[in-house]
Design a protein around this ligand. Structure first.
Ligand code: CA
Length: 163
């Protein structure tokens, strides 16, 4: 199965829970903390720009730096790339869960595979985001993740049938 089809099927039943990016602006006074874990400056800066108006942004370039930061500061949501210099984002997520961090997580990937998306879901990631992402998609997924304790819808494309 193609990854995009897998993700579309995975989130199809949740399409009615989609939320608009505007909801971000209704979340009240205190800004939730968002940790962005990505070694590449381009995507990291883009995420900071997209989310910086609504959330307090923390940045880590490596998985080990992210784990250290999680120990020092309470995060509301973590966005992590699969490709990190020290060990993979999925391994980071695995270690986070083992250490009892139940924080909401969005995994992003440049290539992606069904296996890695399945692993991310098994580790209770809210969403698996394929790069390159668009602004509204990211905002919607993060806003959704902040509000709901369920998996966020991920694809802006029309929901089709699983075949
Ligand atoms: Ca990366």
């Amino acid at each position: 199965m193609h990854l995009v089809d897998f993700l579309r099927c995975r989130y199809a039943e949740l399409s009615d829970q989609r939320m608009c990016a505007e909801h971000v602006m209704e979340t009240g006074a205190s800004r939730p903390n968002v940790l962005i874990v990505e070694d590449q400056e381009g995507p990291r800066a883009a995420l900071c720009m997209i989310l910086g108006s609504f959330y307090r942004i923390y940045e880590a370039e490596t998985a080990s730096a992210a784990l250290k930061m999680l120990g020092e500061c309470s995060m509301d949501l973590v966005i992590m790339d699969v490709g990190l210099p020290d060990y993979s984002g999925l391994e980071l997520l695995r270690r986070m869960r083992m250490q009892g961090y139940n924080v909401k997580v969005i995994v992003m990937s440049g290539g992606g595979s069904v296996e890695s998306a399945e692993e991310a879901m098994r580790l209770e990631a809210l969403a698996y985001l394929l790069k390159p992402f668009n602004f509204l998609e990211v905002l919607g997924i993060v806003a959704n993740g902040m509000k709901l304790d369920v998996v966020a819808p991920i694809l802006p494309a029309p929901i089709g049938t699983c075949s």
